[in-house]
Write a protein that binds this ligand. Structure first.
Ligand code: TYD
Length: 349
């Protein structure tokens, strides 16, 4: 195994990042290693369908980076990754797609709840000085009006959201019972390069680039808040370094948009037409109409999202245009089975 700087240079901190080959996790690792921090990163990733070595290929030879293939549900894998000890655990590893959680919820309970539990136990055994759980605004459920605060009740309404809420509650219970220095971030919908093309924005962009229809669930008036992945990664890092142990922090850049507004803009950016490409299809069961969170607590700690939404969206479409090989490889593989299962009937004429 390649030695890490932390072993050679005692001033270095060691962080265990889980799920670091996924969308937000890979951006987080790139941010940490690129910022010249005295931190070495061990990335534990199970390489499920969404964990992709190509997402972090540029970091694979970085002297302060080590990759370990393994599952957060497996205590031996986690212990191997922790080795002689780590200063922090940052848990990005999760099953994260609502539609998949509706088709097959068990894997969500296993990874999101039991996996987090295994990590919390490891944090307890190894006396880790920071444990950051990456969560989601979906744990608050549908917000009819106003913006959810960190102290609001959790009301998850999909198997995915319920699994993430379960993990949050466990983490808080470990903070209370065992004094584990837990932090939780709850981010909004996120977009940007390397997002697996099952989520709204990358699915629609790649379908449009392929000249295929885009499936809008129900009336398309559901509202989500959107944050660029680099802002999300910076938010997690900010809370890790400045957050108060035992606290929850919402992360939002605002940018509330209906799905139709997003769809119209993507159609335009891809040079397609609404009439030819937009298909209104059968709604997602239990579909939450609106998510909205108040991120003033994180802002009070000095976190500021930087990416302006219109620019971020244009740049993201450009990225998918210029990284066709990355997403074609995904779409030509196991993704096809999922796509058929999820959309074939919905899109049938
Ligand atoms: P998604 O990207 O799956 O994120 P989440 O469900 O976690 O918010 O979906 C974002 C919104 O887009 C959500 O309201 C569902 C909607 N949507 C569609 O209308 N069609 C689709 O094919 C997908 C994937 C999502």
């Amino acid at each position: 195994m390649k030695p890490l700087k932390s072993i050679v240079e005692p001033g270095y901190k060691r962080w265990l990042v889980t799920g670091g080959l996924g969308f937000i996790g890979s951006h987080f690792i790139r941010l940490v290693l690129g910022a010249g921090r005295a931190v070495s990163v061990v990335n534990l990733d199970a390489m499920t369908y969404a964990g992709n070595g190509a997402n972090l290929a540029d970091m694979s030879n970085h002297p302060s980076y080590r990759f370990l293939r393994g599952n957060i549900c497996d205590e031996a894998d986690v212990d191997r990754a922790i080795g002689d000890g780590v200063d922090a655990i940052i848990n990005f590893a999760a099953e994260s797609h609502v539609d998949r959680s509706i088709i097959a919820p068990s894997e969500f309970l296993r990874t999101d709840i039991m996996g987090t539990h295994v990590l919390l136990e490891a944090a307890r055994r190894h006396k880790v000085s920071r444990f950051l759980q990456v969560s989601t605004d979906e744990v608050y459920g549908h917000i009819a009006s106003g913006h959810a605060k960190e102290t609001d009740c959790l009301a998850p309404r999909s198997p995915y959201a319920a699994s993430k809420a379960g993990a949050d509650l466990q983490a808080l219970a470990y903070a209370n019972t065992y004094g584990i220095p837990v932090l939780i971030t709850r981010g909004t919908n996120t977009y940007g390069p390397y997002q697996y093309p099952e989520k709204l924005i990358p699915l629609f962009v790649t379908n449009l680039l392929e000249d295929k229809p885009v499936p809008v669930y129900g009336d398309g008036d559901q509202v989500r808040e959107w944050m660029h992945v680099e802002d999300h990664a910076e938010g997690v890092l900010h809370i890790l370094e400045r957050g108060v142990a035992g606290h929850v922090y919402n992360l939002s850049a605002g940018n509330a948009r209906t799905n139709l507004e997003i769809t119209r803009r993507l159609v335009q950016l891809c040079g397609r037409s609404l009439e030819a490409h937009v298909r209104y299809v059968q709604d997602r069961p239990g579909h939450d109409r609106r998510y909205a969170i108040d991120a003033s607590k994180a802002r009070r700690l000095g976190w500021r999202p930087k990416v302006e939404f219109a620019q971020g969206l244009t740049a993201t479409v450009d990225w998918f245009r210029t990284h066709e090989r990355w997403w074609r490889e995904i779409k030509n593989g196991a993704f096809q089975k999922y796509y058929r299962e999820q959309y074939e009937q919905r899109l049938a004429p």
